[in-house]
Design a protein around this ligand. Sequence first.
Ligand code: DGL
Length: 274
Amino acid sequence: MKPPAAWPIGIFDSGVGGLTVVRQIHRLLPAEDLVYLGDTARVPYGTKSPGTVIRFAREDMGFLLEQKVKAVVVACNTVSAWALPLLQQEFDLPIWGVILPGAQSALKRTKNRCVGVIATSATIQSQAYDRLLTELNPAVRVFAKACPLLVPLVEEGWLNHPITIQVLREYLDPLLRCGIDTLVLGCTHYPLLKRALRTACHSRIRLVDSAESCARFVQARLAELALLRPPGGRPGRIQPYVTDETARFDQLSHRFLGCATEPAVKVELPQSSQ
Ligand code: DGL
C-alpha cells in the first residue's frame, strides 16, 4: 500500500552526524516533515563490525516504522555501506542511502576519472563506494582512505583547527599523490570540514558532499513516486529522537543542522530478533 504523501520522511544515523543530511533535505524540501533518529547511545558505528552495524540498522528501522514514515533515508554512510541492500529487502517502503547519490555526483564531476573517497574504517572496509563507482563507470580509478580521527575532531568542534588540517594532510597526501581530481566526503561529519579540506588539499580538487547529493536524490525519488508533500502548507517540522540523554545532542545539533528543531526526545529502540 502506498503511504500518504503527508506522512514524514524518516532519517536515521548513528548519532548527530546525520543532521548534515537533514539540513540538506530540509533546505531542498522545506514543506516536508522530518523524523530523525540518532542512535547516540551506541555511536560510533564506523568502528564496529558489519554484523553489529546490521543489527543496529534493523533496530533503527524498526523504530522509524513505528513513527509512520513514507520513506526512509539512511543518512549514515557506514549503515548505507553495510546494510542498505538488506534493509531494502526486509522492509516494504522506499529506503535510500547516501552512497549511490555520492558516487553518481563524483562521476559527473571527475574529469580525469581518478576519484578519492574518505570515510570511516567500516565504510572503507566494505568497499561499497569502490564497487559502485567502478560498476557505474569501469574506467574510473578509486583511491579510498579510512580517516577514523575526523569524527572526534568534528564533534570536538575543531573544524578549522591547525591539528585538524595537519591530520587531513596526513590522510589526503597519498590520495593526492595518486592524482585524484575529485574527493567524496563519505561520512556524515565531513561536510563540516569543507573549509579545512580546501586548506589541506589544493583548491582544484572537487569536493563531493554526499549529504547534498543525497538530498537531490531523495527529492527526485519522492517526485517519481508522487510522494512529495504539496507546497503551500505549513513549514515542515523536524522531530529528533535519540537513544541517549538529549543534552549532548542539544549541544551539538545546531552545529550540524544550523536551524531549530522540535525538542529532542529520548527513546528505547525495539530489539531486533535477528
Ligand atoms: N555516521 C557515520 C558515517 O557516516 C559516522 C559516525 C560513526 O562512526 O558512527 O559513517
